[in-house]
Design a protein around this ligand. Structure first.
Ligand SMILES: [Zn+2]
Length: 83
């Protein structure tokens, strides 16, 4: 169980967190990180708003730096590619 998350770790967990797909300990770690990291709270808010409005994550509507982090997280999470 990860007690301390880095911001890059949180980025990978945010979508699962919003989907309610995280196990309890991971969700708790995310909450703990958000409590002490305003940047990630803003990031989470952006992602949540995007999902709420569009029903899904539309990375085109996000700031470039956020989009880059999201794309990186998605690429690793979905693991799609030519291999
Ligand atoms: Zn953070």
């Amino acid at each position: 169980v990860t007690a301390d998350l880095a911001c890059r770790d949180l980025v990978e967990l945010v979508t699962a967190h919003l989907e309610g797909a995280l196990p309890g300990p991971d969700a708790a770690a995310v909450q703990a990180h958000l409590a002490q990291c305003p940047a990630c709270r803003r990031y989470l808010d952006q992602v949540r708003t995007t999902i709420t409005v569009l029903g899904r994550v539309d990375v085109q509507g996000l700031p470039a730096d956020v989009r880059a982090r999201l794309l990186d997280a998605f690429a690793r999470r979905h693991g799609r590619g030519a291999g």
